[in-house]
Design a protein around this ligand. Structure first.
Ligand SMILES: C[S@@+](CC[C@H](N)C(=O)[O-])C[C@H]1O[C@@H](n2cnc3c(N)ncnc32)[C@H](O)[C@@H]1O
Length: 326
C-alpha cells in the first residue's frame, strides 16, 4: 500500500487529531469509492481513518444502521490495516436488514435480501464484521456490550425515538479517553436532536474534526454525568434550550470546523435556522416552525434536498409525529 491518493479527502482537523497521513492508500481509496453506501466519499475515508488510526481494540466498533455494509466495510478495512491486536468480530453492524439496501442499491438488487448484500460487500473483511439483525427501538437496550463501544457510527438516528434509544445505549458504554461518536445527521435540519444535545456533551469531550460532509466526530474524555444522560435520553429540553443549543452548536462548528461544511453550497447558518424551525415543530408550535423557516436563506430553501422541509414544516401534528418517530 505504498501509493497515496492525489486529493486530500480527510479534514485537516481529523488528520491533526489522529496524527495520521492526510491521504489514504491509493488502493483503499479506490475500493472505498466503489462501495454501495449512502455515506459520501469523504465520510468513507474518515471512517477508514478512524478504524485504522483511532481504534485501539479496547472496545468494539458499532456501525448503527449499516444497510448494505458500505460503512461497515470502511471501518473494518481500517481495522484490518491498523494495529489493534484483536480484530475478529469487532465491527458490530446493526440493522433491520428489511429492504432499505435492496431499494437503495439497485445494482445489487439481484441479491436475495439486505443481509446477502451486506455479506457480499463485506466479504473481504468478513472475519472483522459481525452483522446483527435487530430493531434498534426494541432490542438495542438489551444487546450486550461487555467491552464498551469504542467507536460508534450513528447512521440510524432518523427520528427522535431512534436517537433516544441509540443515545441511551451508547451513553452507558463509553470508554473514557477512547470513545468516539460519529454524528451522521448534522446536515439534516429535520433531525436537530443531536445538535441541541451536543453542548451538554462537550462538557465531557471534544470534537476531533470529522468528515468533510457535515459529519463531526466527538471523543469522550470521561463518562457523561448521570443527570445529563437522563435529560438527553428523556429529551427534557425546553423550546428555548433547544433553540439556544442548536445555534451554539452550529456557531461553534462554523467558527472552529468550517472545513466540515465547506463542500455544501449553503452555510451552516442556514442549517442552524432550519434546525430551529424543527425545534418549533417538535414543540408543537406549528406557526412558529413556518415563521422560523422563512428566515432561512433562499438558496438553501431552493435546494432539492430542502423540499422535505417545506412539506413537513407545513404539515402540523402528523409531520411532528413522523419526526418524533411515534
Ligand atoms: C441511512 S441508512 C444507513 C446507510 C449505511 N450506513 C451505508 O453505509 O449505506 C439507515 C439504516 O438504518 C436502518 N434502520 C432504521 N430504523 C431502524 C431500526 N428501528 N432498527 C434497525 N435498523 C434501522 C435502516 O434499515 C437503514 O439501513
Amino acid at each position: 500500500m505504498g501509493d497515496i491518493a492525489p486529493a486530500t479527502m480527510l479534514a485537516e482537523s481529523l488528520v491533526k487529531s489522529l496524527g495520521c497521513p492526510a491521504h489514504s492508500p491509493l488502493d483503499r481509496a479506490a475500493e472505498l469509492k466503489g462501495l454501495r453506501s449512502q455515506t459520501s466519499p469523504f465520510e468513507r475515508e474518515a471512517l477508514y481513518a478512524l478504524g485504522r488510526y483511532a481504534y485501539s481494540g479496547a472496545g468494539d466498533i458499532w456501525d448503527i444502521g449499516c444497510a448494505g455494509g458500505g460503512s461497515s466495510y470502511c471501518l473494518a478495512a481500517g481495522v484490518a490495516d491498523g494495529e489493534a491486536a484483536e480484530k475478529a468480530g469487532r465491527v458490530v453492524c446493526f440493522d433491520r436488514f428489511d429492504g432499505h439496501a435492496k431499494k437503495a442499491f439497485t445494482s445489487l438488487a439481484e441479491e436475495a435480501d439486505d443481509l446477502a448484500i451486506f455479506h457480499r460487500q463485506t466479504a473481504p473483511v468478513a472475519a472483522i464484521v459481525k452483522p446483527v439483525r435487530l430493531d434498534l427501538l426494541k432490542d438495542l437496550a438489551s444487546f450486550p456490550a461487555p467491552r464498551g463501544v469504542e467507536i460508534a457510527h450513528i447512521d440510524a438516528a432518523k427520528s427522535l425515538a431512534l436517537w433516544k434509544a441509540i443515545f441511551a445505549k451508547l451513553a452507558a458504554n463509553i470508554i473514557p479517553g477512547r470513545t468516539v461518536w460519529i454524528w451522521q445527521d448534522f446536515n439534516r435540519a429535520r433531525l436537530p436532536f443531536q445538535a441541541y444535545a451536543l453542548p451538554l456533551l462537550l462538557e465531557h469531550g471534544e470534537i476531533i474534526g470529522g468528515a468533510k460532509d457535515c459529519t463531526p466526530f466527538l471523543r469522550f474524555r470521561e463518562e457523561i454525568a448521570p443527570a445529563t444522560v437522563r435529560k438527553i435520553a428523556a429529551d427534557a429540553f425546553t423550546l428555548e434550550e433547544r433553540i439556544a443549543n442548536v445555534r451554539a452548536t452550529f456557531a461553534m462548528l462554523d467558527r472552529d470546523f468550517s472545513e466540515l461544511f465547506a463542500r455544501r453550497e449553503t452555510l451552516s447558518r442556514d442549517l442552524a435556522e432550519a434546525s430551529v424551525a424543527y425545534c418549533h415543530l417538535i414543540a408543537g408550535d406549528f406557526d412558529g416552525a413556518v415563521r422560523a423557516y422563512e428566515a432561512v436563506g433562499a438558496a438553501f430553501r431552493a435546494r432539492k434536498a430542502s423540499r422535505i422541509y417545506e412539506r413537513e414544516l407545513h404539515g402540523g401534528e402528523a409531520e411532528r409525529r413522523r419526526v418524533l418517530g411515534e
